[in-house]
Design a protein around this ligand. Structure first.
Ligand code: KG4
Ligand code: ZN
Length: 349
């Protein structure tokens, strides 16, 4: 077979994503987001997300096919995020993918959302270096993974550490709210931080010698969030006006410092020379520059997809699907379930 043409569907959170790839070439990446409908609640409301996926699914599939210049019956396989994510939201994507696979008589691959965040980089920077160390940071996850084989074979995907409380993106969203910035907060903090200076020394979670003994590759951001809240409260009580830019820059610096420090430590510990950063927080400009600068000094290479491919999209699912087809992996059964807590070690459901 020439390079496989794969359609990927992503509905694990609030983005309805449909991507189409041929091998490692991106042909279409259609995304419909329900983020505006969640903004007034300050977080994603699962039921609202599910309903929005239902409405957006067919038009988004049509838009992706049109952009790619293909007909549905051209595809060699359908891939879909089967987990982890919001159960009701996942179900919409999985049901849509099953219908397509059944109607077209094509194989279906239910794939892991986190592995897809890793595989997407192939669309921009070519074949993944394997093994690589993946730092995945999004609204729902903060993980360090050793990726021996992104399709899950052999050493597969091995979790080295994860957050013990809030995810990195969640911390960005909560701190943004505290500073009166809109949801989702990450891009707003990123922007505000560019106008500010790092003037406050906020705590770096799980970096003390004692914590490192038990949690060397784990993260914790809830203490940092509380520290920012206390700092803001104290200023307000004392009648001192708050420089949002400075608070944003100082908070962002603390998050990025911990993420980059632990990723470099894990890569060095594992004897890995390539770090890949993915997930929505990988769109953060300071994280990108800090990781690149610090890695250079240690001889480690860093790959980060362009911001549009870091946040949730269908192309990442298609990219992983195409890799599964190319490596001859067994498809999922047509009755595959949506698994809201699919472990990262399970790349294909
Ligand atoms: O991967 P993603 O689109 O969805 C999840 O799987 O969660 O990530 C969304 C998260 C949100 O928390 C958002 O605030 C954060 O990614 N984010 C950012 C930036 N862009 C998005 N965080 C920091 N800086 C950014 N530029
Ligand atoms: Zn994600």
């Amino acid at each position: 077979m020439s390079e496989p043409l794969v359609l990927g569907i992503e509905t694990s959170c609030d983005e309805t994503g449909v991507g189409i790839v041929r091998g490692r070439t991106l042909l279409a990446d259609a995304v419909a987001s329900s983020v505006d409908e969640h903004a007034r609640f300050g977080g994603v409301v699962p039921e609202v997300a599910s309903r929005a996926h239902l409405e957006a699914m067919v038009p988004t599939i049509e838009r992706a096919c049109e952009t790619a210049g293909i007909q549905l019956y051209d595809v060699d396989a359908v891939a879909v995020t089967s987990g982890p994510g919001l159960a009701g939201a996942l179900l919409v994507g999985v049901a849509a993918a099953k219908s397509l696979a059944l109607a077209l008589g094509k194989p279906i691959y239910g794939v892991n959302h986190l592995a897809a965040h890793v595989a997407v980089d192939q669309l921009e920077h070519g074949a993944l270096p394997e093994p690589c160390l993946a730092l995945l940071v999004s609204g729902g996850h903060s993980s360090l993974l050793r990726v021996e084989d992104v399709t899950g074979h052999g050493g597969g995907v091995d979790p080295l550490g994860s957050t013990i409380d809030d995810a990195a993106g969640e911390a960005f969203d909560k701190v943004a709210r505290l500073l009166g910035l809109p949801f989702p907060g990450g891009p707003h903090i990123d922007r505000a931080a560019r106008e500010g200076q790092v003037t406050i020394d906020f705590p770096r979670g799980l970096t003390s010698r004692r914590d490192l003994e038990r949690h060397r590759f784990d993260f914790s951001f809830s203490g940092l969030k509380t520290a920012v809240a206390r700092w803001v409260e104290t200023q307000q009580r004392d009648g001192v006006s708050i420089d949002v830019g400075d608070v944003a820059a100082s908070f962002q610096e603390a998050v990025c410092d911990v993420l980059v420090r632990k990723a470099l430590d894990a890569a060095t510990d594992q004897g890995i020379e390539d770090i890949l950063i993915g997930g929505g927080v990988a769109a953060n400009s300071r994280l990108r520059s800090m990781a690149t600068e610090r890695a250079e000094a240690t001889g480690i290479r860093v790959r980060v997809p362009r911001p549009g491919l870091c946040t949730d999209n269908g192309a990442m699912v298609a990219a992983l699907g195409a890799e599964l087809v190319a490596r001859g992996r067994t498809p999922s059964a047509l009755d595959l379930p949506a698994d809201s807590s699919q472990p990262v070690t399970e790349v294909v459901a």
